[in-house]
Ligand binder design. Structure first.
Ligand code: SF4
Length: 137
């Protein structure tokens, strides 16, 4: 079994990519509805996002690329470090998320990551300044 954890804000073309949630628009902002069933990130599925990009509509998990990712410092994912430091929680309890045992964000930041995770949209043209700062570092 591959011990490499999953990035929960991945791109659909990455290794072992699957859809973990669908972004819903709410009055409070975008919120991810997590899927309970495994759904591979197939071309047919990602095409459903058109005319938007798949990462504007869905959240994907895929194998963490480690040092190939600009957010990874060799030990930690600095993206989730910033998310926990800069964003408020948006959930009162752990979302029902099927990748938790393999999620890099959960392994690193625990419950604090999960309580903020539903507001994360991998690509957004409407992100708040705080969200943009957390995303870009
Ligand atoms: S941070 Fe938590 S809720 Fe988000 S993908 Fe990872 S395990 Fe799931």
């Amino acid at each position: 079994m591959d011990a490499t954890p999953f990035c929960p804000s991945a791109q659909p073309e990455m290794d072992d990519a699957s859809v973990i949630g669908v972004v819903q628009r709410t009055e409070a902002g975008p919120r991810v509805a997590y899927l309970q069933a495994d759904q591979k990130a197939t071309a047919e599925i990602t095409a459903l996002a058109a005319p938007l990009r798949p990462t504007e509509v869905m959240r994907f998990a895929a194998r963490c690329e480690g040092s190939a990712c600009r957010h990874f410092d060799g030990q930690d994912c600095k993206l989730v470090t910033r998310i926990v430091a800069m964003l408020d929680p948006v959930a009162d309890a752990l979302p029902a998320c099927r990748i938790r045992s393999d999620c890099r964000w959960f392994r690193q930041e625990g419950r604090a990551a999960c309580l903020r995770c539903p507001q994360v949209v991998t690509e957004s043209n409407n992100a708040s300044d705080t969200m943009r700062a957390a995303a870009e570092g």
